[in-house]
Write a new protein. Structure first.
Length: 278
């Protein structure tokens, strides 16, 4: 299977840095038109200039939009409607590193708006035309967190569980329509995501053997997406870990998570001078 034979016009969200920018670079030589969208327009312009110099025949459209705002998403969709988009890459996402009750509501709301609502809004708008044409492809960037739990990222983890379930259900629903739906669930990746989320050293400390660059991550994702793989775990070591995860005892995992949560709460209490009462 080669999804890029029939599908040549793509949107990639969250392309100002990290995996999103590298996905744009990996997809560029396979496309006729590439739409890049993020909040930081100066980063998008730099990316456009870079890709235009390498692929002069590629049409590149820059769209600055804050996907945490549904109205901004609506305006963005109106701008790109004439382009006949047949590949949607829902990459934009926000993370966190905080106990749920301590996380500011604005942050929680932003995570839900970007990781869930914008993904649904974009997919719901672009999918009908794909079905009418009889071809198309959707790639949702989830996370290994969508297959586990993280005591310091309850909302982020829940959002990625949503992405996992939505992608799996949508793929089944679209069987026979000519639309390919895949989920990529990266693990530890060297990118700006951890810094923005407030995660020093990454979300999984001490597991550097699993960590890969954003470039390697994107290359692996695009290679497997091109084949129509339903679920993509980029990186060899990480892929083996995720395949073995269902074999691990859930009770042992729950105990490990509870221990990590207690340590996080203790560290936070020590830093604020609070004490536990129970």
């Amino acid at each position: 299977m080669d999804i890029f034979r029939a599908n040549r016009n793509a949107v990639v969200t969250g392309t100002s840095a990290g995996i999103g920018a590298e996905l744009a670079r990996a997809l560029a030589p396979k496309l006729d038109c590439l739409v890049v969208v993020a909040r930081r327009v100066e980063r998008l312009l730099e990316l456009r200039n870079e890709l235009q110099s390498r692929y002069p025949a590629l049409k590149i459209v820059v769209e600055a939009a804050d996907l945490a705002e549904p109205e901004a998403v609506r305006r963005f969709l109106e701008h790109i409607r004439p382009l006949d988009i047949d590949i949607l890459v829902n990459n934009a996402g926000l993370g966190e590193s905080e106990l749920f009750e301590s996380s500011p509501w604005d942050r929680i709301h932003h995570i839900v708006e970007v990781n869930i609502v914008a993904l649904l809004q974009l997919t719901h708008s672009l999918l009908p035309a794909m079905i009418k044409r009889g071809h198309g492809a959707i790639l949702n960037i989830g996370s290994g967190a969508g297959y586990a739990a993280m005591p310091n990222a309850a909302v982020y983890t829940a959002s990625k569980h949503f992405v996992r379930a939505f992608t799996e259900s949508l793929r089944a629903q679209l069987t026979g329509t000519g639309i390919i739906v895949s989920e990529a669930a990266p693990g530890p990746v060297e990118s700006e995501f951890d810094q923005v989320a407030g995660i020093e050293g990454g979300a999984i400390p001490g597991q550097s053997v699993l960590r890969i660059t954003a470039k390697a991550c994107a290359a692996d994702i695009v290679r497997r997406f091109e084949r129509g793989s339903p679920v993509i775990f980029p990186g060899r070591n990480y892929r083996w870990l995720m395949k073995a995860q269902p074999l691990l005892p859930r009770r042992a995992l729950a105990k490990q998570l509870a221990k990590a949560a207690r340590e996080l709460r203790r560290e936070r209490n020590d830093s604020t001078g609070r004490t536990e009462t129970a």
